[in-house]
Design a protein around this ligand. Structure first.
Ligand code: PNS
Length: 161
């Protein structure tokens, strides 16, 4: 079985993430979305909330599982019996750090990284940007699934002008 891991923070999942996960799900028998539990950085959403939203929006793919991990990504890959990581590249600016991580991960455990160019529709998109727009009352409907937009609305009350 060909299994790939799509790792990230997903705080929250955006349409850019979903595009990569969906395309990966057509290339592999199974895709495992790995949500990083980062003890040194508290997110807007808890890891459980992120997982719940990811499960809801990936359910229709049929071969996508969502799980959390802490520690090294390559250890998560080993535990999931996956030898490939899928990473989206939005722009050249993503490449420097991604290349370093890919080289480290292959050196650590022989885990390969495949880079997938982001759909140009989403090349400017990031979870941080979406949170900032939502915080100030902007409309994030084109950028995230409806369930995420509603969760952002419920979580973020725009500060007074
Ligand atoms: O969505 P993000 O925050 O850009 O994802 C970053 C992620 C989770 C892919 C990266 O931080 C990671 O792999 N963390 C796990 C710790 C690890 O394995 N570090 C060594 C990487 S070479």
């Amino acid at each position: 079985m060909r299994r790939a891991v799509c790792p990230g923070s997903f705080d929250p999942v955006t349409n850019g993430h979903l595009d990569i996960i969906g395309r990966a799900s057509r290339l592999f028998d199974e895709v495992i979305v790995g949500v990083l539990v980062n003890q040194s950085k508290s997110g807007l959403f808890t890891v459980e909330e992120r997982i719940e939203m990811l499960r809801e929006v990936t359910a229709s793919y049929g071969n996508v599982r969502v799980a959390s991990f802490r520690g090294l990504l390559v250890d998560f890959c080993r535990a999931q019996r996956a030898t490939v990581l899928i990473k989206g590249l939005r722009a050249v600016s993503d490449f420097d750090y991604e290349l370093q991580m890919a080289q480290m991960n292959i050196g650590l455990a022989g885990v390969e990284t495949l880079f997938m160019p982001t759909n140009p529709l989403y090349s400017f998109l990031s979870s941080s940007l979406v949170k900032d727009v939502a915080k100030w009352g902007g409309d994030v409907t084109p950028h995230v699934p409806d369930v995420v937009r509603d969760a952002l609305k419920a979580r973020l009350v725009p500060p007074p002008p």
